[in-house]
Ligand binder design. Sequence first.
Ligand SMILES: NC(=O)c1ccc[n+]([C@@H]2O[C@H](COP(=O)([O-])OP(=O)(O)OC[C@H]3O[C@@H](n4cnc5c(N)ncnc54)[C@H](O)[C@@H]3O)[C@@H](O)[C@H]2O)c1
Length: 327
Amino acid sequence: MRVAVVGVGAMGRIQVDSYLDDDRTAVRGLCDISAEALSEAARRCPEATVTSDLAVIATDTSIDLVSVCLPHVDHVPTATTLLEADKRVVLEKPIAMNCRDAARLLKASSARPGALVVKSYLRHTRSCQLLHAAVADGLIGSPRLVTSSFASLRRDEGVPRWRLRSEESGGGALLDSGIHLIDFLHWTFGTERTVTASLRTDESGIDLDDVVTLEFEHGPLAVITLTQRSNVSGPCFRIEVFGDSGRALVETTPSGEMHFRAEVGTERRPDRIEAGWWLAAHRAALGTYVDRVSRGEPFDEENPEDAALNVATVDAAYHVAAPAGSQ
Ligand SMILES: NC(=O)c1ccc[n+]([C@@H]2O[C@H](COP(=O)([O-])OP(=O)(O)OC[C@H]3O[C@@H](n4cnc5c(N)ncnc54)[C@H](O)[C@@H]3O)[C@@H](O)[C@H]2O)c1
């Protein structure tokens, strides 16, 4: 199967490597507006067409699948162009910067059902699958409370500039990393009925420290806490679900592992440890999508409608947030 990657920055390079390691895929197109990023990626993919023009990828009828790894502002126009050109599309999260833009993309994808998938990598970790199953199978009883956190370091020197500008990123900690927790909560508990939020922003309006609560209709009260100013290595997160007969959690460790733990009543279940989970989850997600395309099947994984609901929750939180201060 011939694939192309549009945007070969940090995430694009991870996807290129994943496709290069997959016997079923050949990287035949690379697109980026940065000559430097392109030439670095091109060194690893000598057979790829290298271009800064999306139309070259869109009109190449030999390409079956295109990954879009661009700044958030480019997600909707790029994915729309590719869908209209009859491509299968793997879009990085978030589907869009806001609900209005997400609705535009949903319209384009409704003409090609099953052609667009919006990558939600937590669903592809074994630990989060176990946590999801612990709730779905009733292992810990009825879920009452969820506490969750996602901490990352905003490396002002190393972070791409677009992430620091709301016109290009659409938001800060909540849209960028909180959306992973929101996706897990929606996947596990359905849609919330109320959202509250308190955000702390920088001078440009990007939220860096957030507390958001979601109340689920027939499920738990969930608290999401985020910071992009913690001195941690890599994404550092935790999701703990308290049910009326036990609790279960996933938690990352500094050594790059993810742990799943569960207690049912007084019984502690054996811990499950997942090493190298971050890269493995991205690769597992792409492998699943490649499998779909190689079988000629529609994407049955993270669908654009779910991804749009995630953005709707983010929009609601930004809308109701009472500013807790600014720096
Ligand atoms: N799921 C995750 O854990 C995770 C982690 C990192 C990034 N991401 C997502 O991946 C996407 C990309 O993030 P990143 O960190 O790789 O950013 P990045 O800035 O490192 O890479 C973006 C690339 O796109 C290129 N680009 C910008 N505008 C373009 C255009 N119009 N046409 C072609 N190329 C263009 C840039 O030159 C750059 O090389 C974002 O959606 C981000 O949220 C997801």
